[in-house]
Design a protein around this ligand. Structure first.
Ligand code: HEM
Length: 495
């Protein structure tokens, strides 16, 4: 026994030393970053941070450069920070950085299916299908605008029913934004009290919080061990299963419906494409029910978290700034008068348009965004990033890049206005990412933000509840940076 102990105490340090030397050797062509040790990799660098938040990679970039490597255990993750590096990666090396970076946890949840987490040929097919379906169902056109207007109007009525008293608008906003996507996906809306809607919101919340827990990190480092152990990671998986089963049930119901001439919604459209694909007898086809289920999930969450979080923040930011609200109100009154506002009016409302962009810049709803993966060896800035490396294009760092934004950490609509008050589209505004894999729902999201916010601001003046000086503008520190729970007063303008 003593001999075994002795050999272990000699062997283990030697093995660790060899492992450390191997890591040092592997690192030589990668961009610089914290020294990587066996088991923990470069995570020690983060462990010394007071708290881990959206600023953590930005601070690391100041030390190691805008393209740096953080070793998570034994696998390297390359971060791109700031506008120049992110643009260089996603546009100049767009093909090389095209695949989705699936860490063990995301591989487990998504199985690389759907549109948001697929790669290669499968992704191209699902993305194309998604784009065609959205175009066919009227995204970017009047049909979608009508749906958004209906939802915005319902939200106005809910806010009006609060009669200017303090209330929590978060769930109502989430429900209205979800309903735009539900009508697109399923062909109908879910009322706020629908038990499935509640399940959806709770799961989304749980999954967003889970992203910054130690159990999440442990799963990424030791997936096969964690697969055998109970814990919150298992709950996160069950929740994803439950969410997928809701889509499965909708697909089943759609299959039983009488066919119509034109597709009624996304599921209808996809099922028709599946039929066409069956006739081609292509064994490599990825147009199937599993991919449909995951695509619904990706489109729903792609839209929900982002659009609804930005509208929730918009109300906080504007309630804290009555002058900005009044300026928007006056611009709408002067330009549109009492006519209906449509999305095209954004061209005539430069100040309003600038404020909406600035809200999205100032409170971007993702701590790091969705990782990519290299499809081949990429030569960038003198480094070699080997095929298969996970890449994090850090969009938050672009929107807070102090080389491009005059007051990156301050809300400032002038970021998007010239000296004559005209709207200026800034190339550094990568709020929907850039390159061939940028946000699939950008047109829809732009419409949602504009229509929801102009409708609300035309009818209400938002203000903090009596006795509250200022609503909290800092986000909750989880993967999706939502606002803290809050109450606000929506005072009707005509009262
Ligand atoms: C203001 C709201 C939104 C913001 C800020 C936003 C932002 C983003 C970002 C940053 C990405 C990652 C792109 C990349 O990997 O480079 C993305 C991807 C995606 N978004 Fe959005 N999004 C919004 C709304 C929507 C909506 C409404 C939809 C649904 C129609 C949607 C569907 C998707 C999908 C499916 C992807 C994955 C695309 C792919 O991997 O090919 N998003 N979005």
């Amino acid at each position: 026994m003593a001999e075994i102990q002795l050999s272990l105490s000699v062997l283990l340090p030697i093995l660790l030393l060899l492992y450390f030397l191997k890591l040092l050797w592997s690192r030589r062509h990668y961009p610089p970053g914290p020294l990587a040790f066996p088991i923990i990799g470069g995570l020690w660098r983060i462990a010394f941070e007071k708290e881990i938040d959206g600023m953590t990679p930005i601070k690391a970039a100041k030390q190691y450069g805008n393209v740096f490597t953080l070793w998570l255990g034994h696998f390297p993750v390359v971060f791109l920070c700031g506008f120049d590096a992110v643009k260089e990666g996603l546009v100049d090396h767009s093909e090389g950085f095209l695949d989705r970076g699936l860490t063990p946890f995301f591989q487990k949840l998504s199985e690389g299916k759907g549109v948001g987490f697929a790669s290669g040929h499968a992704w191209k097919k699902q993305r194309r299908l998604g784009q065609m379906a959205l175009a066919k169902l009227g995204v970017g056109k009047r049909i979608m605008e009508d749906k958004i207007e209906d939802e915005a109007q319902q939200l106005v009525e809910i806010f009006a029913s609060q009669k200017g008293k303090p209330f929590d608008p978060i769930l109502f906003i989430t429900n209205s934004v979800s309903n735009v996507t539900f009508s697109l996906m399923y062909g109908y809306r879910w009322p706020v009290e629908d038990p499935n809607f509640e399940k959806l919101i709770k799961s989304n919340e749980y999954l967003s919080n889970f992203g910054l827990t130690i159990f999440y990190a442990l799963y990424e480092l030791f997936p096969s061990i964690m697969d055998r152990l109970p814990g919150p990671h298992k709950k996160a998986m069950e929740m994803t299963e439950m969410l997928l089963s809701l889509s499965k049930e909708e697909i089943r119901k759609h299959k039983e419906q009488e066919p119509t001439q034109e597709p009624r919604d996304f599921i209808d459209y996809y099922l028709r494409e599946m039929e066409k694909e069956k006739n081609k007898n292509d064994p490599t086809s990825t147009v199937d029910e599993e991919n449909l289920m995951h695509s619904i999930h990706d489109i729903y969450f792609g839209g929900l978290g982002n659009s609804s979080s930005i509208i929730q923040f918009a109300i906080i930011i504007l309630a804290n700034r009555p002058d900005v609200q009044d300026k928007i109100f006056k611009e709408i009154e002067d330009v549109v008068g009492s006519s209906n506002i449509c999305y095209d009016d954004h061209k005539r409302l430069p100040y309003t348009h600038a404020v909406i962009h600035e809200i999205q810049r100032y409170r971007f709803p993702a701590i790091i965004g969705i990782p990519r993966q290299t499809t081949r060896d990429v030569h960038m800035r003198g480094y070699i990033i080997p095929k298969g490396t996970i890449i994090v294009p850090n969009l938050l760092s672009v929107l807070l890049d102090d080389e491009y934004w005059e007051t990156p950490h301050k809300f400032n609509p002038n970021h998007f206005l010239d000296k004559d008050g005209n709207f200026v589209a800034r190339k550094e505004f990568l709020g929907f990412s850039t390159g061939p894999r940028s946000c699939l729902g950008e047109n829809m999201a732009r419409m949602e933000l504009f229509i929801f916010l102009t409708r609300l601001l035309r009818v209400f003046h938002f203000q903090p509840p009596p006795g509250v000086k200022k609503l909290i503008e800092e986000p909750v520190k989880n993967a999706t940076l939502p606002p803290h729970p809050y109450k606000v007063c929506a005072i009707p303008r005509n009262s």
